[in-house]
Write a protein that binds this ligand. Structure first.
Ligand code: PGA
Length: 230
């Protein structure tokens, strides 16, 4: 069985109290479908990391945490930024270059590469989100084989994000195969309108190693079904 990554991207949703209710509910579901072949990663907003971390530790859960963003700079005079050392206290993964950050916050290829370098330096895993293959080119130059374990690529076509119209699994698989050719068998996830109904259509594809789930991850029951069906 291949190793699957199932990542919840909560985006800018949930208060600390709501995050606590979500994790309580997920952990109380008897058959969560959790197994060592499925790495489950929750990416909440920064203020929810503390409560989730303590819940996960107290319940000896295998669920991992990720950040949705990272400062391209080390600690210091960068008002409003959350730096890698602060993130490392809570998270093992960092989403980088999500299309919403590229579109709404002017994130450039240059900052994306800076952020990947930062996470790599501190042994965190970058989940680089791309909507087309051209966004791989700068990463390819930076990334040698020794960095490959610290990098996951999430392919998220723009039309599929938040639209309820997921890509055709065969198309996504073909892109995933091309990414693996470019980056020496890196793990590739699919993202964009993934639900409990369609998740297995993606995870059964030979080149797809998991999913990045936005909207459908906000509901604990639906997310648990996604884990089970993946
Ligand atoms: P969606 O979002 O599942 O709501 O389409 C996915 C993402 O933006 O990562």
């Amino acid at each position: 069985m291949k190793q699957l990554f199932i990542i919840a991207n909560w985006k800018s949703n949930k208060t600390e109290l709501e995050a606590k209710k979500w994790i309580q509910e997920v952990l109380s579901i008897k058959d969560q479908g959790l197994s060592i072949e499925k790495e489950i990663i929750i990416c909440p907003s920064f203020p929810c990391l503390t409560i989730l971390k303590s819940y996960i530790l107290n319940h000896h859960s295998l669920i991992k945490l990720g950040a949705q963003n990272i400062s391209p700079f080390d600690e210091g005079a960068y008002t409003g930024e959350v730096n890698v050392k602060q993130i490392k206290e809570f998270a093992d993964y960092v989403l980088i270059g999500h299309s919403e950050r590229r579109k709404n916050f002017g994130e450039t290829e240059e900052t994306v590469v800076q952020k990947i370098n930062m996470t790599t330096r501190y042994n965190l895993i970058s989940v680089l989100c791309i909507s087309d293959l051209s966004q791989l080119s700068n990463v390819k130059i930076q990334n040698d084989d020794s960095n490959q374990n610290n990098l996951i690529i999430a392919y998220e076509p723009l039309f599929a994000i938040g639209s309820g119209q997921a890509d055709i699994p065969e198309n996504a698989d073909q892109i995933a195969a091309e990414i693996k050719k470019e980056l020496n068998n890196v793990s590739v996830l699919y993202g964009g309108s993934v639900t409990s109904e369609n998740v297995s259509n993606f995870t059964k594809m030979p080149n797809i190693d998991g999913v990045l789930v936005g909207g459908a991850s906000l509901d604990p029951l639906e997310f648990s079904k996604i884990i089970k069906n993946a």
